[in-house]
Every structure is written in C-alpha cells, then in structure tokens.
Design a protein around this ligand. Structure first.
Ligand SMILES: NC(=O)c1ccc[n+]([C@@H]2O[C@H](COP(=O)([O-])OP(=O)(O)OC[C@H]3O[C@@H](n4cnc5c(N)ncnc54)[C@H](OP(=O)(O)O)[C@@H]3O)[C@@H](O)[C@H]2O)c1
Length: 268
C-alpha cells in the first residue's frame, strides 16, 4: 500500500492530467486529490470535467480544469498556462487521454486508425511539448505516459491500437535521454484491461478479468510516486504479456492465428 498522505513528501506536487474526465484518468484524479496533490485537469468535454473539478474541490482539493483537445497544440498551450496560473507550475504530467478501436480484414477503419495515431501518439507528444519549456526552466519534471500492454505485440483484432501504443512507447523511450539530461524523467505505464468506455463495446466471447478504474488508478498513482522507468500492471498481465512479448515470432504467429476467434464473437 502507498504511504498515507501526511507522510508523503511529494503530496503537494502539481499533477497535470489529460483524459481526466472519464475512466482511468478520472479515477486517478480522485486518488491524487485524496492524497493531497494539486491538480490541473484537461479533457475535451466541459461537462464531465467541470463536474469532476467541483466534486474534488468540495472535498478540499486544489484543482483547476480546462477544456482542450490534445490534437490541438494551441489549445494545450493555453490550457497549461491557465492551469499553472491556477494551481502552480507542473511537476508531473500524466498523459492519459486516449482512444481505442477494433478493425477487421474487411474494414480496416483507417479513419479510426488515424484518430488513434493523432490522439494516442501525437496528442501525447503535443501535451509533452506544452509542459516542457516550464520543466526545462525549472530543471525538473516527471512525465508519465499511459501506453498499454496492447503495444507489446501486434494484436489481431486491434492492429491500429497496438501500433499506436507501440509508437508512443518507442517515442517516450527515444525522448528519455535528452529529457533526463535536463532533469525531466519519463515513466511509461502499461495497464492491462480496465473496465472503461474504451473496452465497453469489445465483443469478447467470455467475460475477461478486468480491473476497475480505481484499481488502475492506484497503480498509476504508484508510478507518479515511485517514478519507475516502466510500469506494467497488474502482475498477472505483466507476466502473461511479458511472455507473449518474448515469444519467438513463429510461436507468436501460431498463437495469434487462433487468438481472434477464441477471444471475440465477431469476425476480424
Ligand atoms: N481501458 C483499458 O483497458 C486500457 C488499457 C491500457 C491502456 N489504456 C489507456 O489508458 C488511457 C485512458 O483510457 P480509459 O480506458 O480510461 O478510456 P476512457 O474512459 O475513454 O477515457 C479516455 C479519456 O480521454 C479523453 N480523450 C479522448 N480523446 C481526446 C482528445 N482528443 N483530447 C482530449 N481528451 C481526449 C476521453 O474523452 P471522451 O470521452 O470525450 O472521448 C476520455 O475522457 C488511454 O490512453 C488508453 O489507451 C486503457
């Protein structure tokens, strides 16, 4: 378990969180607020975002909220400036905004793929770009990028989502040394399946063991506090997907030949 708020030396840090209004981001905002972190919340819909900010403020949290689309660098820069005026300079960025989607051989859904690349890859890069000048000026900062175990290998029913998460993982890895030299640390987080809007419509053949957003949030907060290079959770998924990642290609391909029909009720 994490230490209680009072003994936590980082609890007054400012965390800027994208994708804050729903799912893992919303639960993470709640747990961070409960632990005394100051929060700048960003999402693209005003109503759920303002609702969350009001709930957290009523509980005594110091919190600001700004609507911005992570695909728009100008909106992000303005949102970061407004939030930093409200809650202080960003110590930690949790880049959580993301979109997902399935595709089939007969419907590659390239529009959906484009959206995933724009939000999950470029959106994260744009958010990092918006906070970096301040972090460089202060000589410190921490960037937590939410990737996915789905990016460990190409998964047959979501090649676009897998590709977007592999891309952001590699991007963060490539960025790491240059940022480290300027005092900014990068943590890449790899959640397993979480029960959110992103997974709600997946036509799984059998109910899949999934974390609740609050459980996932607990791990994300641990990544904020412990600042590891990489963090995969839960342990069972880390072990299972770790094994899948290290399989020789021939074995992986054999396993995947069957995986789609076994996992989903729909053709792919
Ligand atoms: N759920 C899982 O099993 C799982 C597993 C591994 C990794 N992840 C990753 O975890 C992160 C959070 O996912 P989640 O499951 O919590 O999904 P979610 O419940 O759909 O939350 C994602 C949030 O990001 C927002 N968002 C989407 N596009 C945006 C944009 N262009 N600009 C600003 N905000 C935007 C969404 O707003 P709207 O609701 O308006 O779209 C939503 O509030 C994502 O990066 C996802 O890839 C999820």
């Amino acid at each position: 378990m994490l230490k209680p708020k009072a003994s936590h030396p980082q609890s007054s840090l400012v965390v800027l969180l994208t994708g804050a209004a729903n799912g893992i981001g919303r639960a993470t905002a709640s747990e961070l607020a409960a632990r005394g972190f100051r929060l700048g919340l960003i999402d693209r819909e005003a109503s759920p975002l303002e609702d969350l900010a009001a709930v957290l403020s009523a509980r005594g949290a110091e919190v600001g909220a700004q609507v911005a689309d992570v695909r728009d660098g100008g909106q992000l820069t303005a949102a970061v400036a407004a939030l930093e005026t409200r809650v202080g300079p960003t110590d930690v960025l949790v880049a959580c905004a993301g979109v997902g989607g399935l595709s089939t051989a007969t419907d590659l859904d390239l529009d959906g793929f484009q959206r995933m690349l724009e939000v999950n890859v470029l959106g994260v890069a744009r958010t990092i770009e918006a906070v970096l000048p301040g972090m460089f000026a202060r000589g410190r900062g921490h960037i937590v990028g939410i990737s996915s175990v789905a990016g460990f290998r190409g998964l047959p029913w979501m090649p676009g989502y897998s590709a977007s998460k592999a891309a952001i993982t590699t991007y963060l890895e490539g960025l790491r040394p240059a940022l480290k030299r300027r005092g900014v640390r990068i943590t890449t987080v790899f959640p397993g399946f979480v029960r959110t809007a992103l997974t709600a419509d997946t036509p799984f053949r059998r109910p899949l063991p999934m974390m609740e957003p609050e459980q996932a949030a607990h791990y994300v907060v641990r990544a904020v506090v412990k600042r590891p290079r990489d963090y995969t959770f839960p342990l069972s998924t880390a072990l299972g997907m770790g094994l899948l990642r290290s399989l020789p290609n021939a074995l992986f391909d054999l396993a995947m030949d069957d995986a789609g029909p076994k996992a989903l009720t729909t053709d792919f």
